[in-house]
Every structure is written in structure tokens, then in C-alpha cells.
Design a protein around this ligand. Structure first.
Ligand SMILES: Cc1cc2nc3c(=O)[nH]c(=O)nc-3n(C[C@H](O)[C@H](O)[C@H](O)COP(=O)(O)O)c2cc1C
Length: 366
């Protein structure tokens, strides 16, 4: 068993991490990734997928593989220089907001171990657009980076103020060497919550478009909790305003089909559910968006991806790229490599290229 394999992680490292408070464990992992800086080039041999048939192209940038890091893990862009060593093909940092905020009171991050899930109500904590833009201006990105922007978590910022708040952030980051920007329209952890009116987003998309002189590809991150009607309106607004694609999707406020004791779930309270129980909802969202979007627009599939089979299901549902977060908590840093190896084997078995599998609709039994 390699010291860096998912089996080693699950047997020896995860039990130690899971004895810690979840947010503390996250901070520790973060610090470890940053502190191991000089070791990463050597360690990366154990994490990086070296095959060639998962190579793909994200808005003109060559990716070694389609597996990315989801927003929320590196909110302030501290790991932008190392994430390639962990075997990711790309990463999305943020959410970044105009004003620096501490987020919701702690505790605000909870593991549901029996479900392979997490509930979080972080509430868009982060250093704010000015600090993050200054930090990233001189960073050497190790891989293509997207940046996720969201409205500042302040219930007093509404209407025109909300649009201006998002525009402020976009203006700050638009000159960074980013591969794309995602507008987060689906954070369940602020008072305003998930966007419920596509007309509001249409205004945001239009105004961002006016500022987007560098023609950065813009995506919108959708909620798996939105009704099919709202999703259709959002896709229509995004297409009309020239957006380049969709992240499908964010965490869910739903609590269906969980094995964790219902009293424990009630005690946790509000927050967005991620991980294994989210997968089917996220897949449904992918399928719906795939059926509605323009062929030139892309989907990044995200929600409960823990294996190559999961990844293949998202690709079959229409995703060209994938993102993971909660899987890393449960499976460890070897997960991108594992997903890529398994995905490559499934494609080989089916006689498909990655490109041919996108939206092909074939189902792999879960
Ligand atoms: C602790 C935590 C913080 C997150 N923060 C953000 C965020 O700031 N912005 C965002 O768009 N998504 C955020 N997400 C959602 C993830 O990007 C992803 O959409 C979701 O977790 C589903 O993927 P997963 O099941 O692989 O975790 C967060 C998720 C977690 C678990």
C-alpha cells in the first residue's frame, strides 16, 4: 500500500483528521499543502495521471485531465501555485466577494460520515476581492484557474447594490490570468440564499458582459434545488447574455435519503449538503442543462464525485469537465488520480474517447 494511496489515507490519515473539528482539519490540510511546498514536485509523481487520452481543452487551455478542484476549498487563492501537483487538471478558487467577511458563526462545517457527506454553512468567509486580486497578481498558477465570484454576505446589500457588489469583484479580478470566471448564483448559506429570479441574474450577466473587455469566459453556478422552470430561465438568460457555460452544481438544502440519525441532522441545522447523497440531484441538473444549453456552452459537473464511475456518469449526462470537494475529505489527495485512472479504463472498455462520451447518456450502474 503506497503511503499516498487512498487506502493508506483511509486507514491511517483520515481517522486522525476525523478526530479533529472539521474546520480545524480543513485548516490543517490547507497549511500542510502550503508547507510541503518544496516536496510537491517529488510527491506529485504519486498523484499525477500521466496517460494522454484524458487530455482536453478548457477555453483554449490544455488540461492533462478533466478533474478540477471545486470552489470553496481554496477560497482565498492560497494554493494556486501547488494544485497541479495534486493531480488536478484545473481548479476554481473562491468564492471571492467584494468585502472581506468572516462568514457565519462556528461551528459551521459538519461531517456525515455514514453518508460520505458534509453539511456546511460557511457563509462566504474570505479575504475579499482587493486582497485576493493583489495576491494573485504575482502568483504563478500551476494549472488553469477559474475564479468564482459571489455577492458579499450582507443582507443589506440588495437590488442595484447587489449588482454593483458583484461588478466590483469582477472588475478587480478581470485582468488576472484566469481561464474563466464563475458567477455563484446558488449559495444556500447566506440570508439571500439561492437566486430565485432569473431576471436578477440577467441584469448581473449583462452588466458583467459590459465590463468584460478581456472577454473572459463566464460561467454561472446553478443550484440542484432549483425548479426545472427556474433552471430553464437561468439557462435562457445565460445563453442570451453570451455566457460560456454552467457549473452543475452547488450544495443542496435537501436532507433526503440520509443514513445519519435524523436527530443528529436536526441538531446540525441549516447548511448545504455535499458529497455522495448529492450526486443524483447534481446529475439531474446536468442532464437538464445539457438538454437546454447551446452546443458551444460547456458544463462542469460537480456533486458527490468519488470515483471514475461517478465521473463517467456526469460526462454521460453532458459534463465536459468535473469538480470535486467532499470526495477529497473522504478519499484523500489520491482521489484525482484514482478518478482519472478509473475513468480512462471505463472509456477504454466502452471504446469511447472522452469527447465522444460527453452527453452520450450511457448509464453506469451506481
Ligand atoms: C466547506 C465547503 C465550502 C464551500 N464553499 C463554496 C464557495 O465558496 N463557493 C461555491 O461556489 N461553492 C462552494 N462549495 C460547494 C462546492 O464547490 C461544490 O459545489 C459542492 O460541495 C458539491 O461538490 P462535492 O459533493 O464534490 O463536495 C463549498 C462546499 C463545501 C463542502
Amino acid at each position: 500500500m503506497s503511503i499516498l494511496s487512498p487506502a493508506f489515507y483511509k486507514q491511517f490519515i483520515r481517522p486522525a483528521l476525523f478526530r479533529q473539528d472539521p474546520e480545524q482539519a480543513h485548516l490543517l490540510t490547507h497549511q500542510l499543502v502550503a508547507k510541503c511546498r518544496p516536496l510537491w514536485p517529488m510527491l506529485s509523481k504519486s498523484f499525477v495521471y500521466t496517460g494522454s487520452h484524458l487530455s482536453c481543452n478548457l477555453f483554449g487551455k490544455s488540461l492533462h485531465n478533466p478533474v478540477g478542484l471545486a470552489a470553496g476549498f481554496d477560497k482565498n487563492g492560497d494554493l494556486a501555485e501547488f494544485l497541479n501537483y495534486l493531480g488536478f487538471g484545473f481548479a476554481e478558487i473562491g468564492s471571492v466577494t467584494a468585502i472581506s467577511k468572516e462568514g457565519n458563526p462556528k461551528p459551521r462545517l459538519f461531517r456525515l460520515e455514514r453518508d460520505g457527506a458534509v453539511i456546511n454553512r460557511m457563509g462566504l468567509n474570505g479575504e475579499g476581492a482587493d486582497a485576493i486580486a493583489a495576491k494573485l497578481e504575482h502568483a504563478k498558477f500551476g494549472l488553469p484557474l477559474g475564479l468564482n465570484i459571489a455577492k458579499t454576505n450582507d443582507p443589506n446589500i440588495v437590488g442595484d447594490g447587489a449588482v454593483k457588489d458583484i461588478l466590483y469583484t469582477f472588475d478587480k479580478i478581470k485582468s488576472l490570468p484566469l481561464t474563466y470566471v464563475t458567477i455563484n448564483a446558488s449559495c444556500p448559506n447566506t440570508k439571500e440564499g439561492i437566486v430565485t429570479e432569473a431576471s436578477h441574474m440577467r441584469t448581473v450577466f449583462t452588466e458583467v458582459g459590459k465590463l468584460n473587455s478581456g472577454r473572459l469566459p463566464i460561467l454561472v453556478k446553478l443550484s440542484p434545488d432549483s425548479s426545472p422552470e427556474l433552471v430553464a430561465e437561468m439557462v435562457e438568460a445565460a445563453s442570451a447574455c453570451g455566457l460560456s457555460g454552467f457549473v452543475c452544481g452547488n450544495t443542496s438544502t435537501g436532507r433526503e435519503n440520509l443514513s445519519t440519525d435524523s436527530a443528529a441532522i436536526t441538531a446540525i441545522g441549516l447548511g448545504g449538503l455535499s458529497g455522495k447523497p448529492l450526486k443524483n440531484k447534481a446529475l439531474q441538473l446536468c442532464r437538464l442543462v445539457h438538454s437546454l444549453k447551446k452546443s458551444s456552452q460547456i458544463i462542469i459537473g460537480c456533486g458527490g464525485i468519488f470515483s471514475g464511475q461517478d465521473a463517467y456518469q456526469f460526462i454521460s449526462a453532458g459534463a465536459s469537465f468535473l469538480q470535486i470537494y467532499t470526495g477529497l475529505v473522504y478519499e484523500g489527495p489520491g482521489l484525482p488520480l484514482l478518478i482519472n485512472q478509473e475513468l480512462s479504463a471505463i472509456l477504454h472498455q466502452n471504446g469511447q474517447s472522452l469527447h465522444e462520451a460527453i452527453g452520450a447518456g450511457q448509464q453506469v450502474p451506481a
